[in-house]
Structures are given as structure tokens and as C-alpha cells.
Design a protein around this ligand. Structure first.
Ligand code: FAD
Ligand code: SF4
Length: 510
């Protein structure tokens, strides 16, 4: 063997140019590592999904005639030290060159650079051939500009990739149809059944439990429903195009206690593990829309494309522009503990109860639940962003630092002082009531501001504006809220703040 190629668990890109040629003298190496299962406490479904997908990928490579070493957690050869594993293989197989794909996480990027430096053989890093931008493209795009406005980056991406464009004009005449994408779901239109799978993952689960990996959350190991092969992922993509795209945009922000996925695609794990390429997802969606323009309107497809071509690439660019400092930012100086109920869903606030319960059961919540329920509450009670990050990084099937931290610290917790979000994403109960059916079944009353029955979000919201005012004083998007605050009668404000302080002190009592 001449070349050893390392594959990380989120580098399962079937289309990578590495696999195009015959390479009898190349050995591929993929391993289940405790450094990955233990850097944060993960949801059990997340660990299972990655291990299953890695195993399937190794099988796919073997079926193509590649030489693959796949070390599971319990393989005695697996030292659980990446450097030692590589050194062992180099020696055992007479390897002359070590190759790897550029990782997406800063932590691994540093580790692999060091590992390559320490090896006495040639080393080379390759692009992962997954993203539609290079690591530093966003930084170059915003060079010299005051703010990192996602919308301008998104328009640049639309033009650059000629997607949903009519010449130099956006398809349909508008770049963004977000105003139309704010409908509340009231039981109609019907939501098609989830296109899940019923896989038996008991062996993988036993291996994880047998090794003593600490996880949380629920799993049904005989009916595991996440896609972990390329075929599964393509099935979910087709299913989305045929059954869900038609209402994706309209109900993108809607929430319902009984509906976990609504019209969302469930493709984030497929893309983040690289089983699907973002461009093939975008192309499939646009192609389906082009054949069904009579029934699917432009806001549905544009709304979806923006998430991937815009937000996903944008977050990756922000990550590489801002790391490693981003992982420490806490511009609002928040320092409270994450409530215990984030790990149990044991709270009487119905919106939080359902958003967390769904997350524990499915390792999933959609964007607005993450942003406007769990994220909103954590920000209003001023939880330290380290704790918020650790929770989001652990609980979701798709959570990988480059996209988790930018969404959590930046978009949701405003810990970067407004680099990603143009204003803090906070709300009182009225927004939650407008977009969901949570309040109907809640012990608290969403219209009430005072008293023991009042919705906790209401007092927390005004309290937050008072306590963090200095950070938004000059933000035009906050001007209206601050002027309402100024008009509030002082006794009223004091009563609100007294209740907010009680909630912040003991959130688990509510
Ligand atoms: P859909 O709603 O069907 O959207 C389609 C795709 O668009 C997603 O699969 C995803 O790839 C992309 N997308 C949508 N929104 C975003 C976004 N804000 N940033 C980047 N890509 C986006 N997404 C992750 O992939 N990993 C994370 O760890 C993650 N953490 C988040 C934390 C917070 C606090 C918030 C507010 C959002 C987070 N997101 C994260 C973004 C978003 O919530 C998920 O991508 C989405 O819910 C995944 O479900 P879906 O595939 O059904 O998405
Ligand atoms: Fe959530 Fe308040 Fe509505 Fe209850 S009343 S579900 S706490 S927003």
C-alpha cells in the first residue's frame, strides 16, 4: 500500500473525485472514535446515525473494489487516539503518503494539521468537494463591508450559480418571498406521513452502550427512521419534492404540538454527513418545481433554496471567518444556567414542553422551534452561551459545530453582538401564539402579563429589553420596541420585572 486516506464521519461524499479512479495501492480508513462521541453529550440517535452511515459508506466503498479499514468502537486495534491509529496503519501497511479531506470543524482542522506535521511521510489535504463556496469566500465577499448581511450574500450566490434567475433578474421578480411564508397551520392542508425508515440498529446501539458512551434522548432501535445510505437520502429528497415542497414556504415558520416535521424536508443530516450534495438537493427541488409550476408557487421553492444556497453556505463562511474566537463570544454577558427541563421536557410551559419533548424523542426540531421557542427562552433568561451551545450541539441529529455554533451563538443568542442576526430573536408569547397551537393547551395565559397565570415569555421579554438595552440602543430594528418600553407606566414595568426575576432565578418552577 502506498497511500492511506482518512475519512471522517461527516465526509461520506459518494461523488468525491477520490473514488473515480482505480487505486489498488490506496487504503481507506474510517473509525468510530471516542473523541467524537464524547466531545459533548450527544443524543443517542445522532451517534447511531453517524455510525450507521459510516458503516454503510465503508460497505459502498468495498463494493466498488476499494480497500477499506473500518474500525468500530470495540475493535482492539482501535487505540482511540487518531494519531496513534494512523501511525499504526502507516507502519503496518508500509504507507508512503497520508491524505485527508479538509474537515469542517476548527477543532479537527487543527488536529489533522498537527497529525500531518508529526508524520514522517508525505501528507496532502484535499477539498471535501461538498460546499458551493470555499472556506474563505464569504470573508472575501464581505471584505471592507460594515455588516455581514445574509441577503446580499444570498443574491451573490443566486447570480454566481445562476439559480432561480431570469438573466440578471430574480425568478418571479423578487429575490425573497418571506412575507408570504408566515402562515399558521390549523390542521389543513393535510401533512403527508413522514418518509421514514424502519431499520434495525440494535447492533450499533449495543456497541455504543457496551463501550459506555454517555448519551441522552430516546430511540426505537428496531424502527430507526433517519436516512443513513445514499439511496435512503435520495428517497427522502424525492419524497420532499413530491409531497412537501408544495407547502414548504407557506408553513415554514408554523409550529404544532402534534406535528414534528410539518412540511420540512428532514435533509439536514443527509447533507451535513455529505451523503447528499447541496447542489443536487437544490437542483432536484428546482427541477420538480419547473415541471409543476401550475401547483407549486415560487415562494415555496425560493424559500427552500434560500435555506441551502443562502443560510447554509453563509453560516459556513461566518464560521471560518470568525473561529476560533466565535466559540467564546458572549457579548451580552449572559451567565445563567440552562434549566434542567431542557433535558427532560418537564415544564408547564406548553411550547417549551413540546419543542423539547420532540427533540428528545426525534433528535429533531425545525428552525423556528429552535430559534423562537428554546433559543428565545434561553436568551430571555440569559443563559450562558456555552451551555446553550452544548445543548444544541448534543441534541440535534444534524448538529455539527460549523452550522450549530453560528446558528446558536450568532442567530439565536446574539452572543456575537449582531454579526449574524440584525436584531435579537426574542419575543413575548404573542409571536408564539400567532405561529402555533401551543398556547391553547398551556397552563399559562398568553394574553396575560401579570399574575401567576401570565405567560412567562411576556414579563421576560420586557425585562430583557430593560436589562440589555445598552446593546441595542442604536439598532434601528429595535427602535419601535424600545419606544414602547419607554411609554410603559413605571409601576407596570416594575411588576413585570419582579415576575421575570422570579422566573430567571428558578425557571424549573414554571
Ligand atoms: P428544512 O427546513 O427542510 O430546510 C432545508 C435545509 O436548509 C436544511 O436541511 C438545512 O441544511 C438548511 N438550513 C435551513 N436553515 C438553516 C440555517 N439557519 N443554517 C444553516 N442551514 C440551514 N442546522 C443544522 O444543519 N445543524 C445545526 O446544528 C443547526 N443548529 C441550529 C441551531 C439553532 C439555534 C437554530 C435556530 C437553527 C439551527 N440549524 C441547524 C438550522 C435549522 O434549524 C436546521 O437546518 C433545520 O431545522 C433542519 O431540518 P430540515 O432538514 O427539515 O430543514
Ligand atoms: Fe408558551 Fe406562553 Fe403560549 Fe404557554 S402561553 S405555550 S408559555 S407562549
Amino acid at each position: 500500500m502506498k497511500t492511506l486516506r482518512l475519512l471522517l464521519g461527516d465526509q461520506l461524499n459518494h461523488k468525491h473525485s477520490w473514488y473515480r479512479n482505480d487505486d489498488d495501492d490506496t487504503l481507506y480508513f474510517i473509525a468510530e472514535m471516542r473523541q467524537e462521541t464524547d466531545y459533548v453529550k450527544h443524543h443517542i440517535q445522532k451517534v447511531v446515525a453517524f455510525f450507521e452511515a459510516m458503516e454503510n459508506f465503508a460497505d459502498w466503498l468495498r463494493a466498488r473494489g476499494k480497500r477499506v479499514i473500518h474500525w468500530r468502537l470495540d475493535k482492539p486495534d482501535n487505540t482511540q487516539h487518531l494519531g496513534k491509529n494512523i501511525a499504526r496503519l502507516v507502519q503496518r501497511h508500509g504507507i508512503e503518503k497520508f491524505e485527508y479531506q479538509l474537515p469542517d470543524e476548527y477543532r479537527l482542522d487543527r488536529q489533522l494539521k498537527q497529525l500531518a506535521d508529526d508524520l514522517s511521510i508525505d501528507c496532502e489535504a484535499f477539498d471535501s468537494e461538498h460546499f458551493l463556496t470555499s472556506r474563505d469566500e464569504l470573508a472575501a465577499f464581505f471584505d471592507g463591508k460594515q455588516s455581514l448581511l445574509m441577503e446580499s450574500f444570498y443574491r451573490y450566490m443566486r447570480r454566481k450559480h445562476d439559480l432561480l434567475m431570469n438573466g440578471d433578474e430574480p425568478e418571479g421578480g423578487q429575490w425573497n418571498y418571506d412575507q408570504r411564508n408566515r402562515k399558521k397551520w390549523k390542521g389543513r392542508p393535510a401533512i403527508p406521513h413522514e418518509r421514514g425508515f424502519r431499520k434495525d440498529v440494535r447492533k450499533t446501539l449495543q456497541r455504543i452502550e457496551g463501550a459506555g458512551v454517555k448519551t441522552f434522548g430516546e430511540i426505537d432501535p428496531q424502527h430507526f427512521s433517519w436516512p443513513t445510505t445514499r439511496e435512503d437520502c435520495l428517497t427522502v429528497l424525492r419524497y420532499f419534492c413530491e409531497h412537501l415542497l408544495i407547502h414548504f414556504g407557506d408553513y415554514q415558520d408554523a409550529m404544532d404540538p402534534e406535528q414534528v416535521y410539518l412540511f420540512h424536508s428532514r435533509l439536514s443530516f443527509a447533507m451535513n454527513s455529505k451523503l447528499l450534495h447541496p447542489r443536487e438537493v437544490i437542483d432536484a427541488v428546482i427541477e420538480h418545481w419547473q415541471h409543476n409550476k401550475a401547483t407549486i408557487s415560487i415562494n415555496e421553492v425560493e424559500g427552500y433554496v434560500r435555506q441551502i444556497l443562502g443560510w447554509r453556505e453563509y453560516m459556513r463562511g461566518v464560521y471560518w471567518r470568525e473561529m476560533p474566537g466565535y466559540a467564546r463570544c458572549n457579548r451580552l454577558g449572559n451567565h445563567m444556567e440552562l434549566p434542567e427541563f431542557y433535558w427532560s421536557a418537564d415544564t408547564r410551559m406548553n411550547c417549551l414542553h413540546h419543542a423539547i419533548k420532540n427533540s428528545l424523542e426525534h433528535a429533531y426540531a425545525h428552525h423556528i422551534q429552535r430559534l423562537m421557542i428554546t433559543g428565545n427562552f434561553a436568551l430571555l433568561i440569559q443563559v450562558h452561551p456555552d451551555q446553550v451551545d452544548a445543548w444544541y450541539l448534543g441534541i440535534y441529529i444534524d448538529a455539527i459545530e460549523w452550522v450549530e455554533i453560528t446558528n446558536t451563538r450568532g442567530m439565536s443568542q446574539f452572543a456575537d453582538g449582531g454579526l449574524v442576526a440584525t436584531k435579537p430573536y426574542i419575543s413575548s408569547g404573542s409571536y408564539i401564539h400567532k405561529m402555533s397551537n401551543y398556547c391553547e393547551g398551556c397552563r399559562y395565559k398568553v394574553q396575560e402579563k401579570f399574575g401567576e397565570d401570565a405567560c412567562p415569555f411576556n414579563s421576560l421579554y420586557w425585562n430583557f429589553l430593560v436589562e440589555k438595552r445598552e446593546h441595542f440602543e442604536h439598532n434601528p430594528r429595535m427602535a419601535m420596541m424600545l419606544s414602547l418600553l419607554d411609554k410603559m407606566e413605571s409601576g407596570e414595568l416594575e411588576a413585570l420585572r419582579a415576575r421575570a426575576k422570579r422566573i430567571i432565578r428558578c425557571p424549573d418552577d414554571f
